[in-house]
Design a protein around this ligand. Structure first.
Ligand SMILES: O=C(O)C(=O)C[C@H](O)[C@H](O)CO
Length: 344
């Protein structure tokens, strides 16, 4: 299949979201801890996954993937706490239930204290609302702390770099055989922000292109593991050079599962989000390079700048805020690039 675009990072799915996808000419959707999957028993049940699948079938939209099980399903696994084996058993259930309804991609992250920003309301181009991170400002805490995927409980004790790697290995060793058998692929989101310093007490380990290649080694090149290639997070590591390094190491071995398409200006320790085309990398060059190494998966929009008339960026998960002008701009931009490269 050629590289394709999906409407991505959808939290709240309803008629409005489905209409937005159709109006933008998209045929696939990708979900981000969706409202339609409460997962109240510690896993995503067959019934709720089937209902989501049937809903999208009725809407004429393919489900390209799911990302991030609810925090309550996963926090002990990430932190390596007693009780993680029970959560891993439940993760098996989620994987098998996804397979049973024909959904074969599951994104995850290795961020016990989730994504951090130090400002959720910076004026980007023309005053568009964007988010920013500055390591010098972390003393004030995470400006994303009230986001529903940020943990409400602080860490009981700090988690070191070594523990983070060991916990990830433990998770992969348990889960990949089940994922392989089920035919579901797990996709790791890079750290955002990719700093060396711990944030909220948890070390950050997937913060360089080399660390992402090391994750591939931890997965022992399993076909059930890939990178959720967040271009924004990798751009935060080192701009287009870092993006190219990831494409060149993980692309040819088929380890790029799918792509989050957003960008930033600046790199760690300080960056801010921006529109496509004014960030650290050239989107057309990146897509051409992905194509040249054989990437043929899907790409999604991610969080986007809020332009005039848009209620918010990613803090507001309502479908009103989600179906925004900023998002339409990002997707239209990417459609134009794919068309110009002859890849649509
Ligand atoms: O920080 C980013 O770039 C994200 O896309 C954050 C998302 O919530 C992502 O799903 C983290 O796993």
């Amino acid at each position: 299949m050629p590289i394709r675009l999906s409407l991505g990072h959808i939290d709240v799915y309803d008629d409005r979201t489905a209409t937005f996808a159709h109006q933008l000419g998209l045929t696939g959707v990708q979900f981000h801890t969706p409202n339609l999957l409460p997962g109240e028993n510690g896993h995503w049940s067959l019934e709720e996954l089937r209902a989501l699948r049937e809903r999208c079938d009725r809407d004429g939209l393919r489900i390209d993937g799911l990302e991030n099980v609810p925090l309550a399903h996963f926090w002990k696994v990430q932190r390596g706490l007693p009780g993680r084996d029970e959560q891993i058993e439940n993760y098996f259930r989620t994987i098998r239930n996804m397979a049973a309804v024909g959904i074969d991609m599951l994104g995850y992250n290795w961020l016990p204290t989730f994504v951090w920003r130090t400002d959720m309301d910076v004026a980007g181009r023309g005053g568009a609302k964007v988010t920013a991170f500055d390591l010098a400002e972390i003393g004030a805490g995470n400006a994303l702390a009230s986001y529903r995927l940020s943990p409400t409980e602080p860490l009981a004790e700090p988690i070191s770099v070594d523990r983070m790697w060991a916990n990830h290995q433990y998770f992969l060793d348990a889960v990949l055989p089940v994922a392989e058998e089920a035919g579901v692929r797990l996709a790791l989101h890079p750290d955002d922000p990719p700093v060396d310093e711990p944030l909220g007490g948890a070390a950050r380990i997937f913060n360089t292109p080399a660390a992402l290649a090391a994750a591939h080694k931890q997965a022992k090149a399993s076909p059930a593991w890939g990178l959720d290639f967040c271009l924004g997070s990798v751009s935060e590591m080192g701009g287009e050079d870092a993006v190219n390094e990831v494409i060149d190491t993980l692309g040819p071995v088929g380890a790029i599962a799918y792509v989050h398409f957003r960008d930033v200006q600046g790199t760690v320790p300080s960056f801010r989000e921006c529109f496509l085309g004014e960030g650290n990398y050239n989107p057309a060059r990146v897509i051409r390079r992905l194509h040249e190494v054989g990437f043929d998966g899907f790409m999604i929009d991610d969080h986007v700048p809020a332009v005039i008339g848009d209620p918010d960026t990613w803090m507001d998960i309502s479908s009103d805020a989600y179906c925004s002008r900023g998002r339409a701009h990002a997707l239209g931009y990417l459609q134009g690039v794919l068309n110009g490269l002859g890849l649509d």
